[in-house]
Ligand binder design. Structure first.
Ligand SMILES: [Zn+2]
Length: 349
């Protein structure tokens, strides 16, 4: 009898070593769970039980009650960010986590309105955030920029104020303008003036769309807000013509698989239409959205593409390139990251 040879373990490249850009991460949502506990303790805040357990909370945001619960937990976490030190810690730790996951460029979204009451107003808040970003970038070596995101539950005039604020800080690290919260409320076109202000000020337009509502919401982002990127956009997969349009115009969709499953947009990771969008030629930038609430960070999103959608290493490298190309990173950072992707792919596992 011959010696039976066991098949060697399939070796795969380490996805935390794959250079990539992270384009969809919210400010409070980026927090480490342990940090949340420590900040709650520091400020004497009583957290809802869902935020103090070892497991991420169970959420289902496809109905309004579920979305409300998600927002309530988010607000409870945000309520623990009260002073400059907290903001600095949050940004530094977000950067550290990103670096650990192979990110070479981070664009973090923030609605400064939520922090302004405790930090002395919108302008001091932006100053604190952008200072924190500068220090974290210096300490970790990660390139970090900011997207100011308006809240679609609020009045469009508030969004205009934020757009002007974002433009004012365009030379201090703000690169884009977003729109978040429940897509089922209000119309994208209510926010068209705010987006016009942002675009005219040289910012990229990156509203959320195609997450909780269907392809129409993505079309509205393109038609009414002239979006250059779409937060999520996954529901575009229901419309082949829309996918062609996104592909032709190379509109990057910031797809967040863990978030989609946690919020019940799709039941299982394999149902997130990563493959459909990728094969249609729509550029994708995988993102973690709110790791605090969804329990996984950036590299885990690429892991989902590998494990549940059969992306091989060449395709994963292409996903990483797409994230870099969709970013606002300056040319030298892009070339460095793209070269790093090639090195990752050409080095045997
Ligand atoms: Zn988001």
């Amino acid at each position: 009898m011959g010696v039976r040879q066991d098949r060697p373990m399939e070796r795969v490249r380490d996805l935390t070593k794959l250079p990539k850009a992270h384009l969809h991460l919210h400010f409070t949502g980026s927090m480490r769970p342990q940090t949340l506990l420590e900040l709650a303790d520091k400020h004497g805040v009583r957290l809802p039980e869902a935020l103090t357990g070892a497991e991420p909370p169970e959420l289902r945001a496809t109905d309004e009650r579920g979305w409300f619960r998600f927002q309530r937990l988010y607000d409870a976490a945000r309520n623990c960010l009260r002073d400059e030190e907290d903001i600095r810690r949050l940004v530094r730790e977000a950067a550290e986590e990103d670096v650990r996951d192979g990110s070479g460029w981070l664009e973090i979204q923030v609605d400064p309105t939520s922090y302004a009451p405790r930090l002395g107003g919108l302008i001091p808040t932006m100053e604190v955030i952008l200072d924190a970003v500068d220090s974290a970038a210096r300490e970790t070596g990660l390139g970090i920029r900011v997207l100011v995101a308006a809240n679609r539950m609020k009045h469009p005039l508030d969004a205009r104020t934020l757009a002007r604020l974002a433009v004012r800080y365009a030379d201090r690290g703000v690169v884009g303008f977003g729109l978040s919260n429940d897509e089922r409320r209000g119309m994208a076109r209510d926010f068209d003036r705010a987006f016009a202000i942002a675009r005219e000020g040289g910012l990229l337009a990156a509203p959320h769309g195609g997450e909780l509502t269907g392809p129409t919401s993505v079309r509205d982002c393109l038609d009414d807000l002239e979006a250059t990127r779409i937060g999520h956009g996954v529901r575009a997969a229901e419309d082949a013509r829309l996918l062609r349009r996104l592909a032709e115009r190379q509109i990057t969709c910031e797809v967040c698989p863990s978030s989609n499953v946690a919020l019940g947009v799709f039941d299982k990771p394999e149902e997130v239409p990563l493959r459909t969008m990728f094969d249609a030629g729509v550029p994708l930038a995988l993102g973690a959205d709110d790791p605090l609430l969804f329990g996984s960070r950036l590299a885990a999103q690429y892991e989902i593409a590998r494990r549940h959608h059969g992306f091989d290493d060449a395709e994963l490298a292409e996903l990483a390139r797409q994230s870099v190309r969709g970013s606002a990173a300056p040319p030298e950072v892009r070339s460095r990251l793209l070269a790093g992707v090639d090195t990752w792919l050409s080095t045997p596992a």
